[in-house]
Design a protein around this ligand. Sequence first.
Ligand code: GDP
Ligand code: FE
Ligand code: FE
Length: 213
Amino acid sequence: MNYTEEQLSQLRSEVEKRETTARFRHTLGVEREAAALGELLEPDSISELRAAAILHDLTKSFTDAEQIKLMRAMGLPHMKAEEEAPQILHGHTAAALIPREFPAFATPRIIHAVQVHTTGSENMSIFDKIIFLADYIEIGRHYPDCRAMREAFWNVPQDILCSSEHLDGVVRRVLENTIRFLKERQLPIDEETVRAYRDICRRSGIYPTETIS
Ligand code: GDP
Ligand code: FE
Ligand code: FE
């Protein structure tokens, strides 16, 4: 699917109304990063990547209770995360809202990438990985881990930048960082995060260094 700049600009204004100023700045950072990654890895899908990035944190401003209420209202099945890690629900609620509120943007690729943008998933497409990585390395993120992954992705020769193995390597390290971060804080690690990490390790022929009991 291709979108015109006019469609994207309208989408931005709709989303801006629902996000705080800081969140919307992050959203635009993710859009810019997704477009840059798309130029290298998915050049025919730039406008669709931009739309997914604009929509990815659509429901981020809702409280945990509101997320759970929205899950039920939209008929989504109960998830363990509702009790253990409600901060991961916003991808699921945003994905479910897209067909209702932004039907022109309800492509399977946009919906899936938004749904899994926080945890990753098994069998991620390049489109999914671009949104997942763009969310972590967009220019507005200042945490040392995020800066390090931005460097790790961009600071390589041009031919490596375009390789899907390079993308996989950095996505794997982002998942490793997330798991390590959660373990250090003794926070529950969602099973989708674990599956995403194991799957990308297996596909890359790499032994998982982050052990998860
Ligand atoms: P944001 O919405 O742009 O702030 O970023 P994300 O959607 O990637 O992440 C939201 C939060 O979910 C971050 O604080 C992550 O550390 C956290 N998170 C990601 N995966 C997991 C998980 O498996 N378990 C838990 N408890 N938190 C997670
Ligand atoms: Fe998010
Ligand atoms: Fe985000």
